[in-house]
Design a protein around this ligand. Structure first.
Ligand code: PRP
Ligand code: URA
Length: 209
């Protein structure tokens, strides 16, 4: 079973606490999500392979470390995934981007697909699927299914908050995909919302409620 990494960095935890506060404005929520995503991106890319290339510094020639292989792919699970995506692209501007459009049916909590577009050569790249919330994991599991069907083999999933129920369901569906999260919360409520959570991530990002 792939690992679950909780990113306990004090800056991540501090920013997340402000995001959870219901008094935090839409503008601040969006800015904090972008800032946190830089720090989470740092963790999710920690084990990327390096190679060396010969360069000339002003002083001498050296074998300098550079990232090995093709450019990364960040796969944003719309709509809230875009909040994480933007900060990650600040850190890795050359990354390729996949978009997976899904929304959660409020009655059944099943994920409903409405859009999918991904780079053609996913099989040759590290793919990081991003969504702030892992609740039932129906959305994340379907998104990763689709990416795998498009050829992705080396995947990881990055979120801000995860519920234990979501971790269990995702690991059952995708035991090969490691999970990175800023926090592991208590449980899901009767409507499938993470508790204590932060509410509806998309609504808080875009002020749609
Ligand atoms: C939210 C969130 C995840 C999903 C998580 O999206 O961004 O995609 O719910 O829940 P799950 O783990 O139970 O599937 P939502 O459906 O509200 O769509 P949005 O991002 O467009 O707001
Ligand atoms: N989606 C959200 O945005 N928040 C939750 O708590 C659960 C699913």
């Amino acid at each position: 079973m792939a690992e679950v990494t909780v990113v306990t960095h004090p800056l991540v935890q501090h920013k997340l606490s402000i995001m959870r506060d219901k008094e935090t404005s839409t503008a601040s929520f969006r800015r904090l999500l972008r800032e946190i995503s830089l720090l989470l991106c740092y963790e999710v890319t920690r084990d990327l392979e390096l190679t060396h290339k010969t360069i000339e510094t002003p002083m001498e020639q050296m074998e300098a470390p550079t990232l090995k292989g093709k450019k990364l792919v960040f796969a944003s699970i719309l709509r809230a995934g875009n909040g994480l995506l933007e900060g990650m692209l600040d850190l890795v501007p050359s990354a390729r981007v996949a978009h997976v459009g899904l929304y959660r049916d409020h009655e059944t909590l099943e994920a409903v697909e409405y859009y999918y577009k991904a780079p053609a050569d996913l099989g040759d790249r590290v793919v990081v699927a991003v969504d702030p919330m892992l609740a039932t994991a129906n959305s994340a599991s379907l998104a990763v299914d689709k990416l795998k069907r498009s050829g992705a083999k080396n995947l990881r999933f990055l979120c801000l908050l995860a519920a234990p129920e979501g971790i269990k369901a995702f690991q059952e569906a995708h035991p090969d995909v490691p999970i990175f999260t800023a926090a592991l919360d208590s449980h899901l409520n009767e409507n499938g919302y993470i508790v204590p959570g932060l509410g509806d991530a998309g609504d808080r990002m875009y002020g749609t409620k």
